[in-house]
Design a protein. Structure first.
Length: 252
């Protein structure tokens, strides 16, 4: 080989053996994406080959972009090991090798927050997602509305139920089976309860005059007949149960 050719080969080998340069931040955040750069600004050399595949040492390689001047690469990496991350020298395949890269990986959390990591123990497990009771309770809405409707209907008909109960109790006590004081008092109490349910509580104190003023003549006779029976008289006679029912607008 001639001397000029030998010098040219030596110069080419020396040029290709130039060392690329890493540019990296002082520290990488744990578990977050960060960008590091590998470049060689020597214009006498061809562009750097693409470094790495899936990992750069302990760093996971997420994306690779060419630098705008074409003299290097922007590498998006993600660190999952806290402490000092060491990327060993990489053979780029054209005779050039990268220098060793050492970069610190910080792992910090807010005060009092849970310490989460990758591949750790129970302390590194993510908290369970709470059950969405608020949204799930919407499924109960139809039952709540149905219950509200039933309760409202039950309360609205409570007056009618009370009247039916009072009417049935009066039907058992009237006419009195005898003119004994207990039988007369039981009939009087049952009649007043029915009147209160049908007309109102004020009917509990009405006398014959008030009953006739309310067009309840059979009930005026009812109170007079009870007073007469208490003193051993037979007039006026007890009004029939049918008359008393009809005067309150009830069915026989």
């Amino acid at each position: 080989m001639k001397m000029p050719d030998l010098l040219l080969v030596v110069f080419a080998v020396a040029s290709l053996s130039a060392t690329p340069i890493w540019h990296a931040p002082a520290a990488l955040p744990f578990g977050q994406l960060a960008v590091i750069e590998l470049h060689d600004d020597d214009l006498k050399l061809p562009p750097l080959p693409r470094p790495g595949d899936e990992k750069l040492g302990p760093l996971f390689l997420r994306s690779v972009e060419t630098m705008p001047n074409g003299r290097g690469w922007k590498l998006t990496v993600q660190a999952f090991t806290p402490g000092l991350a060491v990327v060993p020298p990489l053979d780029l395949g054209d005779g050039r090798r990268t220098p060793e890269l050492r970069v610190k990986v910080d792992r910090s959390i807010p005060f009092g927050a849970p310490w989460m990591g990758v591949g750790g123990g129970r302390e590194d497990e993510l908290p369970e997602i709470p059950f969405p009771f608020g949204w799930a309770s919407l499924l109960l809405l139809p039952f709540v509305l149905l219950g509200y409707y039933l309760v409202r209907r039950w309360r609205r008909n409570s007056g009618k139920r009370l009247q039916r109960k009072a009417k049935a109790a009066f039907a058992k006590a009237w006419p009195p089976p005898s003119k004994q004081r207990d039988a007369l008092d039981a009939a009087h109490t049952a009649g007043r309860a029915w009147l209160a349910a049908a007309v109102g509580d004020e009917a509990r104190s009405w006398g014959p005059k008030e009953f006739r003023a309310q067009s309840l003549d059979p009930w005026a006779t009812w109170i007079e007949s009870l007073d007469a029976a208490r003193f051993g008289r037979s007039t006026p006679a007890f009004p029939s149960l049918l008359e008393l029912k009809r005067s309150l607008g009830g069915q026989p």
